[in-house]
Write a protein of this length. Structure first.
Length: 60
């Protein structure tokens, strides 16, 4: 006696998995961008600004 196929379960679960996966992915991307990337970019820009100011002071 074969086991009856489970119908409809994959389709219902698929939408839940897709929406949860996309939601978590977008949330993680925003967290990385605003929490890590922009802060490191700001530190980098401040470093180069300090470097340029010191070069201008030494030249004057």
């Amino acid at each position: 006696m074969p086991i009856a196929p489970i119908t409809g379960m994959l389709r219902k679960r698929l939408w839940l998995d897709l929406s949860v996966g996309l939601g978590l992915g977008v949330t993680a991307a925003y967290g990385f961008w605003y929490g890590i990337h922009l802060k490191s970019l700001q530190r980098q820009e401040e470093y180069y600004l300090r470097l340029e100011r010191s070069r201008v002071q030494e030249a004057a």
